[in-house]
Design a protein around this ligand. Structure first.
Ligand code: ZN
Length: 305
């Protein structure tokens, strides 16, 4: 299912929390934005300095996706961007008074709840999609990430970790808000206990705790409440990928296939796709349908018959 019109939120909403890597409290406010504005971050602590959620500003991508413009950073953008993409919200101004978005419970569910509290408003402008015409592939050893032409936005994600609770997990997800809310948004960030000390020493995950991440031990998880899904890890990878794909600046019509990828590869696929102008076109919902099925009259909307 694709949407014809752009959407913003109906009213401003706010939430506060600590940043996963900085450990610093940040106040976040989401405000409605005009059509074609896209998602724009605004540092209220830096005289309203703005950075668009677009691949051209992608900065660090090791343990989270950060954006940078003129030396100003917005860090850990992926969970909020994922929630916005999952709920088909195109235009929002994201005000924050520090450099890192709050981690909240480590999933996108608190952002989904916030967006539902705000309500969604349809706008007059049509939605334009990045419609994939040719496959683009990024391969690094056993890691692979590719996007193929498709009439809907879908993801196939496969992960492989030698751990008794993970092993091999594969998830197929055809994007729609209901399934996103129930099956993707609640999946939390995860990490291995061996990594925790190393990350702390590198000045990362200062705000990390069992309140906002699943921590894996050799045999199981440290979190007393256990997992939200048996394949919560793979679901979180889909969540992250959706947030990173939002840096295309527009919704995607394509099938993304990932094997053991991560933020760095997600970012690479987005920039490779945008750079290859023969691999995609901009299309409204109507154009995309005509493009995909010129032979199928039943698919051609009444307006052009
Ligand atoms: Zn994540």
């Amino acid at each position: 299912m694709t949407l014809s019109y752009q959407h913003t939120i109906a009213a401003p909403v706010a939430i506060s929390g600590i940043g996963l890597h900085t450990g610093v409290t940040v106040n976040l406010r989401l405000c409605p934005a005009r059509a074609n504005a896209g998602i724009v971050f605004k540092r209220t602590d830096l005289e309203g300095f703005t950075i668009e959620a677009h691949s051209r500003y992608t900065a660090r991508v090791s343990y989270a996706t950060s954006l940078m413009r003129k030396g100003v950073l917005i860090s850990t953008t992926e969970h909020l961007l994922s929630a916005l993409a999952g709920l088909n919200i195109d235009n929002v101004t994201v005000e924050l008074d520090n450099l890192e978005l709050p981690i909240l419970d480590g999933s996108a569910l608190p952002f989904v709840e916030l967006l539902r509290k705000a309500g969604v408003r349809r706008q007059r402008a049509r939605r334009t999609y990045v419609k994939v015409l040719r496959a683009i592939e990024v391969v690094e050893g056993a890691k692979r990430l590719a996007v193929y032409p498709s009439e809907s936005f879908q993801i196939t994600y496969k992960i492989l970790f030698p751990h008794p609770l993970i092993g091999e997990q594969t998830l197929e997800f055809v994007s729609n808000p209901d399934d996103y809310i129930s099956g993707i948004a609640p999946a939390r960030t995860f990490g291995f206990i061996e990594e925790v000390e190393m990350l702390r020493k590198s000045g990362l995950i200062r705000g990390g705790s069992l309140e906002n991440a699943v921590v894996l031990t050799r045999e199981g998880v440290l979190n007393p409440e256990g997992l939200r899904f048996s394949d919560e890890f793979c679901r979180h990878k889909v969540l992250d990928l959706m947030g990173d794909l939002a840096l295309l600046g527009r919704p995607l019509l394509g099938h993304v296939v990932a094997e053991r990828a991560g933020h760095a590869m997600h970012a690479l696929l987005v920039s490779r796709l945008l750079q290859d102008r023969r691999a995609w076109t901009l299309a409204t919902e109507t154009e995309a349908r005509v493009f995909s099925s010129p032979q199928a009259p039943s698919e051609v909307p009444a307006a052009i018959l």
